[in-house]
Ligand binder design. Sequence first.
Ligand code: PMP
Length: 411
Amino acid sequence: MTAHDSDSTAESGNSGNAALTRRWQRTLMDNYGTPRIPITHGEGARLWDADGREYLDFVGGIAVNSLGTGHPAVVRAVSDQIALLGHVSNLFVAEPPVALAERLLRLFGRPGRVYFSNSGAEAVEAAFKIGRRTGRTHLVATHGGFHGRTMGALALTGQPGKRDPFLPLPGEVTHVPYGDADALRAAVTGETALVILEPVQGESGVIVPPEGYLAAAREITAATGTLLVLDEVQTGIGRTGHWFACQAEGVEPDVVTLAKGLGAGLPIGATVAFGEAAELLTPGQHGSTFGGNPVACAAALAVLDTIESEGLLDHVKRVGNRLRDAVWALGHPLVDQVRGAGLLLGIVLTEPVAPRVQQAAQDAGLLVNACAPDVIRLAPPLIISEDEADTLVRALPAVLDTVDGTRRAGD
Ligand code: PMP
């Protein structure tokens, strides 16, 4: 036992949730400023906390754990690869990143090049740099859009609360209302390097744009020689029931950013560029020590294999539609709308009580995410079963009643 182990054991008494909570509060810089549940392990779409309590997971690591926890294909791919070659510098080349790039380009059905990194924000940073290489400096992004917390990605993010503490941010960025093709047309000129959009805005409340918006963005950017960057960090890799959300509308962007669900929990980001956009960054202009790590790429290949072999795109459409329709059919007075695509769903509440709904759900053994004051986001593992989805639907009226009842009592 090391000094550190004995320290933490003495402090934690008989261990469990309270002990781990005390320890993280002293040591970690908090991401979200909300209570965290100490999670120790999982299986499929279920997770357990440090007191041994079981939860059904509709957060999915925020759309990351596409195959849940401990999927045999991922476990095998990761352990085989780390035994074979865990890391090699990008001064060399290994099979997994090449195979993954080929595979992604095949799924898009277009020639291009892939830049691998370690997160969504980094995937966006690479897209930002590709934009710079057009020789233009103006950028267009959307209100409410979320693209990451590094400085370039934050400059594109359209959420003042996240931006304001870090001003000034790089780039000449115009933010336009999301879903409004006319506003986009008015903002984009022959000086605009790129437009960046999410096919569905995830972080700001699972906001689905009007049909035809992505196609309009494609037409507007094509007319001005502007790159269309689709940020599919959250919507990509089967989340909406398509490999990529842009394929549902038949839109071909110049650049796509991916991360989250790609690596089944291993850190990986990918910036996929097509046509001329694929040639803008020349060797030496951008790079990363860990990007294209063989283990992360092997995990991603296992994810893509499994989505194919288990027919998960159809499964996601079927379970997602069933879940959306069943939650709406509850007719609960606190539910204003259920929106989204596939297994990226937002339960829109009539009141800004999403954090309380999240807590009540957690008390009932269900993990959901209040991503906006009035929106509960569901982004479970893609492998979640119909039975597991039905469990949430059955429990939801009592969960919502708890919050609705206390709200009335407090009125
Ligand atoms: N883009 C989108 C659309 C996202 O949803 C996120 C993460 N929520 C990011 C970028 C940033 O990803 P990361 O946290 O891996 O940097």
